[in-house]
Design a protein. Structure first.
Length: 217
């Protein structure tokens, strides 16, 4: 690589990193889809987590060591619903699971940022507030929804009862804590068009926000 090209690449600013988060059924995926349609790269922590717990991966072995082989289905895949039900009713177990998974998710996300060539990038992290600090996130964007709507949406989506949803809500950061951590907030108590308009407004702001110009993350 010519020295001049190497110098240009070295001086190229890092993209602005927006951490997209929100409680269960707040509309994170819908928001991420809007950003994606606007041409914004989106990195999904849930998708990365699924890759980290594929059969043969060290994180899956650590989960089995901690929780037992009954967290696997007949094909040796992680039974995510069974594990989720267990950890949401046991704070200690939940912390153990987070300690297994979150370092790998953060590391993989940080690595993925090195390949991004855009004005800004969105990291979709459901538990961003709960698992902080995220030193490579520049702005925290919270998708805010009334708890009653979260309960209604989750029951319809997952075909579960209200008590199960309330257990999940209790295990997550409170609405107040999440809003206190936010740099930007989107109100998702309206229609998908309302959501889209708010995101388009933020998109114009983010496009004009200077990159961090920090060294490689």
């Amino acid at each position: 690589m010519p020295a001049s090209t190497a110098l240009v690449e070295e001086l190229m600013p890092c993209p602005l990193v927006v951490g997209l988060t929100g409680g269960i059924a707040s509309g994170k995926s819908a928001a991420a889809e809007v950003f994606n349609k606007l041409g914004v790269p989106v990195i999904d922590a849930d998708l990365l987590t699924r890759e980290l717990v594929e059969p043969g991966r060290p994180d899956l072995e650590s989960i089995v060591d901690r929780f037992g082989a009954d967290v696997l289905d007949a094909d040796g895949q992680l039974d995510r619903r069974s594990l989720r039900n267990r950890v949401f009713s046991d704070p200690s177990a939940r912390r153990d699971l987070e300690e297994i998974l979150h370092p790998g998710v953060k590391r993989t996300m940080r690595d993925a940022l090195e390949d991004i060539k855009a004005s800004y990038v969105v990291l979709m992290v459901p538990l961003l507030v709960e698992t902080g600090p995220w030193d490579f996130v520049d702005r925290v964007l919270v998708i805010d929804t009334e708890p009653s709507r979260q309960i209604e949406r989750t029951m319809e989506r997952d075909a579960c009862d209200e008590e199960s949803v309330r257990l999940v809500l209790a295990a997550q950061a409170s609405r107040e804590t999440r809003l206190a951590a936010a740099d930007d907030v989107i109100d998702n108590n309206g229609t998908i068009q309302d959501l889209r308009v708010q995101i388009e407004n933020l998109h114009h702001i983010y496009m004009q926000t200077p990159p961090t110009n920090l060294p490689a993350r």
